[in-house]
Design a protein around this ligand. Structure first.
Ligand code: S3P
Length: 439
């Protein structure tokens, strides 16, 4: 965990290259698919944050053997020999760990208990409990479908299920449960949620049928029970981690910042489209394919003037984790920007609509909460003391905003940054922001 309490303010215009940490979503999947597989999988450049380390520890507790070195993890799966963990499985701050692992465990011949920190313990799990129960799973939760979850291993059957929200976590949870179910499992997503599971599973020997639906959603079918074979994964750079620096560059006239080796999966690049709409220059180079994902270097140049922009609601799933970074852009734009169709923001690591609006107000920026999004009017942000709400993306967004403020941005608690990007503050300083120890 990051122990110092940094204060961030402007230095020179941001400039330079940085390599974002490995993609968090892909790392979680590589760990859990590796656990399910027979044989040894190599995961190179995994996300080094606490969330993915938590998934790795859970995989070990369930019978995987893991060796860690400077470039990654070598994981020998438990496959059919997965065993009950000795105690509770600690999912920390990570909704992805809890939701995906519940899918892995629902159809096993043993019971499991999954628990999380104060933030995770407030997050909704009914969205997975309800469809898993239809598959035959038996899951007990705390009041209101909240963690901890007690999963009583049961025989599962495949179902057809229309997921009410465009959630890749829910889809992946059900497909993972489908791996140990009798018959086919078909899930339909109402919007363009991230598709890493569908891209990755075939490389582990699991065939899926994917049909694109009108309106950007898709239907994914797993034909029946399947066993995974080990697979090596080189994890691309995390677009959601890079977003803070790219947004800060766009918000600072004359800044030029390059994220190298960034994932360009179209389900994750909504923010790049927004940057371009608002008048920032976005250029791609060295575009290639890694782990079945498009990857490249992304350079953002801050224009003299950013235009306000209303993000169409159907874009929201493609930038749902980038909305805190979007707020940095909206502050620098002339006029009022809006994002709607993003009610999911209310149930992330914090209620991000509330956390962003309140912290922007503290920075003297006019921001209005909408039921499913935010409205932000550009202005001159002032440094303030930020309430992080145990949410890494709130800390990183306001630190990125601090890079354009004369007075320092300080924080009640920055420890959550370690969940996804332990080297965030040094990377921000290397690009030109002033980062001082405020403790
Ligand atoms: C994730 C999916 C998204 C995202 C989260 C990671 C994943 O959540 O916000 O950070 O790895 O599948 P939802 O599935 O709840 O939209």
């Amino acid at each position: 965990m990051t122990s110092a309490s940094p204060a961030v303010r402007n230095g020179r215009p941001l400039s330079g290259c940085f390599a974002p940490p490995g993609d968090k979503s892909i790392t979680h999947r590589a760990v859990l698919f590796g656990l399910l597989a027979e044989g040894t999988s190599r995961i190179t450049f995994p996300n080094p944050g606490e969330d993915c380390l938590g998934s790795l520890r859970c995989a070990e507790a369930l019978g995987a053997a893991v060796e860690r070195d400077a470039d990654g993890w070598t994981l020998t799966g438990a496959g059919a020999h997965m065993r009950a963990a000795g105690g509770g499985l600690d999912c920390g701050n990570s909704g992805t760990t809890m939701r995906l692992l519940t899918g892995v465990l629902a159809g096993r011949p043993f019971d499991s208990r999954l628990e999380g920190d104060a933030s995770l313990s407030r997050r909704p799990m009914a969205r997975i409990i309800e469809p898993l129960s239809r598959m035959g799973a038996r899951i007990e939760s705390a009041a209101g479908g909240r963690p901890p979850l007690h999963v009583r291993g049961s025989a599962l059957r495949g179902i057809e299920y229309d997921i009410p929200v465009a959630s890749a976590q829910v889809a992946t949870c059900l497909l993972l449960a489908g791996l140990s179910a009798e018959g086919a499992t078909r899930v339909r997503l109402p919007g363009p949620a991230r598709d890493h599971t569908e891209r990755m599973l075939p490389a582990y020997g699991v065939e899926l049928e994917v049909v694109e639906l009108e309106g950007g959603g898709r239907s994914v079918t797993l034909p029946g029970r399947a066993e995974l074979r080990a697979c090596d994964v080189r994890v691309p750079g995390d677009a959601s981690a890079a977003a803070f620096f790219l947004a800060a560059a766009a918000a600072s006239p004359g800044a030029v910042v390059t994220a190298t080796g960034m994932n360009l999966n179209p389900t994750r690049t909504g923010l790049l489209d927004v940057l371009a709409e608002m008048g920032a220059e976005v250029s791609l180079s060295r575009v290639r394919s890694e782990a079945g994902e498009p990857v490249g270097d992304v350079t953002v140049t801050g224009p003299h003037r950013l235009r306000a922009f209303d993000v169409p609601p159907e874009w929201a799933p493609r930038l749902i984790d980038e909305v805190p970074a979007w707020a940095v852009l909206a502050c620098a734009a002339e006029g009022t920007s809006r994002i709607t169709g993003a009610a999911e923001l209310r149930v992330k690591e914090s209620d991000r609509v509330l956390a962003i609006a309140r912290n922007l107000a503290a920075c003297s920026i006019t921001a209005r909460e909408l039921p499913d999004g935010l409205e932000v009017t550009g202005g001159r942000p002032r440094g303030a003391r930020i309430e992080a709400h145990l949410d890494h993306r709130i800390v990183m967004a306001f630190a990125a905003l601090g890079a354009s403020c004369e007075e320092s941005m300080t924080f009640d608690d920055v420890s959550s940054v370690a969940t996804s990007y332990p080297e965030f503050f040094p990377a921000l300083a290397a690009l030109g922001a002033v980062v001082e120890d405020h403790s």
